[in-house]
Design a protein around this ligand. Sequence first.
Ligand SMILES: [Zn+2]
Length: 259
Amino acid sequence: MYHITAIAAFKDNYIWCLHHQGKAVLVDPGDASVVSAFLTAQKLSPVAILITHHHWDHVDGIPALQQLWPELPVYIGAAERAKTKHQLQHCHIVSDNMQFLLPQVNLTFSVLAVPGHTLGHMAYLCQPPEQPPVLFCGDTLFSAGCGRLFEGSHTQMYQSLQKINALSPQTRIYCTHEYTMANLKFALEVEPDNLSIVEHQHWCETQGSANQPTLPSSIEKERQINPYLRCDNTALQQRWQQQDAVALFSFIRLWKDRY
Ligand SMILES: [Zn+2]
């Protein structure tokens, strides 16, 4: 059994830790102290760091973790590596469609380039045996939302989300922020008649009152509640008087930026 634990960091970040038989893979460790406390408490040794993009809340913990665990490799895209202020050690540069094996956890990861939030943003997909596929998507897809466009165009982001949307419906989605409740509120403005959004709001409230994350989500769930994955819906295009899916995506994203 592979476990994937959310390590809460900062205000609303999650640093995901995939672990199996005492070995751990860390995704976007922005804060080394919460990560090292978790690893120590769980008696886990880290074997790799996967980085989705260069923003500080995703990379700032790397130097301290590499001091504690020298030789700890970092998987990162070339463009993102160039933009971090850190001198990262032991980097493995990843690119679109590449695969790499992490033998200590016996898992192969596939890399998906998903530009938009940043230009070199990567997502990591793996398939633990007899478990649903797992996608670490950073700040590209959020539950009921998507990342802001700091570097890419609307068309780029739409295509990146379509790439994720094409994955198997069972794929579990591990996003890096707890934005679900705020996103659902906005999603309901876009689609006031969508009862799946209301149902999911109730579930998220229950999770919140038990102090539990609303993540992971799944592709199947996101197709029901996430307006950015529903832009091909012609009724929705007509409602907002947009000519096609990309135009509707752009319309919703710009609306959310001002919301
Ligand atoms: Zn970011």
